[in-house]
Design a protein around this ligand. Structure first.
Ligand code: G3P
Length: 218
């Protein structure tokens, strides 16, 4: 399973990259705004800075909601770097644009997926990734992981190459559960990845190994 970080924070991206397990980055307009990145030129420069850190795919989201706008914005974003994946919202104009991009060798991430039907349409249009937002589904007392299972089944039934990019991850157990189901990718805040490192028995065991070594090497 691939690990992406869901952030526009360069320090966090650098830290995740330095762990050696980072496969890519996703961003969205809210995450860019959180870092104070505004204005087209700054946003494009920021995407380039992210691409210079990581070796995998970097999702850059369009703001347009009409076919022509999505296509011209996406083509401009795709020119920034070969790593750029154009993130397109799950709307009818978005589906048309994903079809266009797939016919023009531009990678896409269909975002704001909340149902299996939406994921199926995006896969049929040729999306590189679909992003089901599992945390936001859980937030409304529904079952985000169930959606990942349904999409996995559908994509496997028809051998769709579109990758399931589980998004809106709320903690380390979401990551484990996505891996059990067979999600291709998870995109998550760095803190959830770091939580996977921890186990009290590891700390106790390491302390004992070091104490025993020090006793014998006084
Ligand atoms: O980037 C899309 C998604 O991961 C957003 O997550 O936490 O805002 O629901 P969240």
């Amino acid at each position: 399973m691939k690990f992406f970080v869901d952030t526009a924070n360069l320090k966090e991206i650098e830290e995740a990259h330095s762990l050696g397990i980072l496969d890519g980055v996703t961003t969205n307009p809210s995450l860019m705004a959180k870092e104070g990145i505004t204005g087209k030129a700054n946003i494009i420069k920021h995407y380039k800075d992210i691409c210079d850190i990581v070796s995998g795919d970097v999702s850059a989201e369009v703001i347009s909601t009409d076919f022509g706008g999505i296509v011209s914005e996406g083509e401009e974003l795709a020119k920034i770097d070969d790593k750029i994946v154009v993130k397109v919202p799950m709307i009818s104009e978005g589906i048309k644009a994903i079809k266009y991009f797939s016919q023009n060798s531009i990678k896409t991430n269909c975002t704001l997926i909340f149902s299996a039907g939406q994921a199926l349409l995006a896969a049929k249009a040729g999306a590189t990734y679909v992003s089901p937002f599992i945390g936001r589904i859980d937030d409304i007392s529904s079952n985000g992981l169930q959606l990942i299972s349904e999409i996995r089944l559908i994509f496997d039934n028809y051998n769709y190459k579109t990758e399931i990019l589980s998004a809106s991850i709320r903690g380390p157990m979401h990551i484990i559960d996505c891996a059990k189901i067979g999600s291709d990718v998870v995109t998550t805040p760095l803190k959830s990845i770091k939580s996977l490192l921890n186990h009290p028995l590891t700390d106790i065991g390491l302390k004992k190994f070091l104490d025993d070594y020090n006793k014998g090497n006084k």
